[in-house]
Design a protein around this ligand. Structure first.
Ligand code: 5GP
Length: 201
């Protein structure tokens, strides 16, 4: 928009003349195992968000539901999504591919819904480039030892998966805090969710 563009007025009573407000995009990132998913789910109790359901080639874990936790797809289907440009971003993480479907984000933002993404670091940085107005929040564990103990507590990862994810977590924790608008340490779920709600006020 040029500086000389006329200012629009919000005083009109004609609803068609009032620009439709877009929802906010909230990007939650942080190392795997830090509890992002639990945090995001708990946010739903405070406010209405659309939680973007990603596509992944990772097999479903016990208790996960297709279409709710992820869209679980095989490599061929994921490749088609990439080729058809249906993904806003995608990344390879710990041997599987994960991607954000454009429809999960754009369709909701356009009708004024707030959308929450739970994505690893490279995907988050990519989305932040396309959406500089997004609220970006990096969730940190209180310590790397605590992260390791949370991963072990989940009992759904092998030793080698834990080792891979811990190494990635250490790299991400060096980069993340400088690149996000907000950093929250997830020591306690309720306090973390409260801190995020304050950010979104
Ligand atoms: P998990 O396998 O534990 O569910 O997720 C592994 C990592 O992938 C997490 O850090 C999660 O935030 C990230 N992730 C989930 N969906 C997406 C996505 O659509 N894009 C990207 N870039 N990362 C994702």
């Amino acid at each position: 928009m040029s500086d000389s563009a006329p200012l629009s007025s919000n005083s009109s009573t004609d609803p068609a003349a009032v620009p439709r407000s877009r929802g906010r995009l909230v990007i939650i990132s942080g190392p795997s195992g830090v509890g992002k998913n639990t945090v995001v789910r708990a946010m739903a109790a405070h406010r209405t968000f659309h939680f973007s359901v990603s596509a992944t080639t990772r097999p479903a874990r016990p208790g996960e539901t297709n279409g709710v936790d992820y869209h679980f797809v095989d490599s061929e289907a994921f490749e088609s999504m990439v080729e058809e440009d249906r993904l806003l971003e995608w990344a390879e993480f710990a041997g599987s591919r994960y991607g954000t479907l454009r429809g999960e984000v754009l369709d909701y933002l356009e009708v004024g819904r707030d959308v929450v993404l739970d994505v690893e670091l490279t995907g988050a940085l990519h989305v932040m480039e396309s959406y500089p107005d997004a609220v970006s929040i990096f969730v940190m564990p209180p310590s790397i030892e605590e992260l390791e103990s949370r991963m072990r507590g989940r009992r759904d990862m092998s030793e080698s998966q834990i080792a891979t994810r811990l190494a990635l977590a250490q790299e991400q924790m060096q980069v993340g805090p400088d690149r996000f608008r907000h950093v929250v340490v997830n020591e306690d779920l309720d306090a973390t969710v409260a801190a995020i709600m304050d950010i979104l006020e």
